[in-house]
Write a protein that binds this ligand. Sequence first.
Ligand code: CTP
Ligand code: MG
Length: 403
Amino acid sequence: MSGSMTDRPQPDSPGERPACAAVIVAAGRGERAGGSVPKQYARIGGEPVLRRTVGVFAAHPAVSTVVTVISPDHEALARQAVGPAPVHFVAGGDSRQESVYNGLKFLEKHNPEFVLVHDAARPFVTAGIVARCLDAARRHGAAAAGVPMADTVKKTDGSGIVTDTIARDRLWRAQTPQAFRYRDLMAAHAAAAGQSLTDDAAVAEAAGLSVAMSPGSEDNFKITAADDLARADRIARALASRVTAVGHGFDVHAFGPGDHIVLCGIRIGHSQGLEGHSDADAALHALTDALLGALGAGDIGQHFPDSDPQWRGAASGRFVRHALDLAAAADGRLVNLDLTMICERPKLQPHYDAMKRSLCDLTGLPPARIGLKATTTERLGFTGRGEGLAAQAVVTLDLPDTV
Ligand code: CTP
Ligand code: MG
């Protein structure tokens, strides 16, 4: 199966021979990585893998045309993942080699001077790696990004017993991108059709072309196993520009008739209760407002109006969970929280451990990221007179630097 699957507007002007096109192969099934969608559509750092990969080529000054080879079964996923970048979608084949060839055949009418081939599953390719690879191809005819072998290499018999130690000084691990003169690679692929070579350098070698290695990077690894997705997510987060947002919340509930109060989701026996529409958990209400504050998302009353009967007597953990869900949807991560509860009685210190456990369960934070304090106001003011209990919360959220 080959051919175009509806095009986007082309960045290159008609009639002009583009200097360099890029073929990004994304038609694999990602079986080793597993997951509900093929790895190239999984999200890392809040963004689909394919979007990052395509973005590097679409934004590269040396690349005038980007072809993304996908499985027709995943066309909707691919379009969603790529977003507004101007790319051509082409249907892939059963093997990587066939998918590349389909991408190359699509480029026949463009007839670029050079072509870069890149795995969608290598999202940490950089503009510099692309430029170096293309430069090496201009000088040597063909080039593959890679990293020199740092580990000692052992050859084993079939049962894992070492039979040989291989000198590593001339060994490289090949990555992509790989750059070729377009006509050369087309001819090499035509000659190699039906084989199952795992990279285009091997296709070119089989055709007798000489291929130079060009420096890639350790971060330019190929997402292959499920662990690699977790590693990619960590790298993407580290690379993304993030901000720390501070949120503050304050809440008061009046004492009234009753035999217990609820704070941080913990029931504490007392000669009075706290009045309120929900369970009157001032600590969790302050925490909810602090989270909403850091998100710039209004206050608890806007999200859970007092007038709504469904919140009568509600356990306030659900308000916190709602605010945490909003944070997660914004790709935010709660870093820490600090809570101060203010009342003369009951004494809260004996309940700190239980409260902390409850907050750990609710927020997923480790105990060391939860501050929990109580104070009196030396019998001054409404808390000093025992009329009510107040709580203050401060949180920090780690958020993407986008609004
Ligand atoms: N690829 C492709 N067409 C195929 C097979 C692979 O376009 N028929 C692409 C993949 O999408 C990936 C790259 O080639 O970007 C490298 O292949 P690989 O890491 O093997 O990916 P998958 O084949 O998707 O994974 P798996 O082998 O685990 O199923
Ligand atoms: Mg594969």
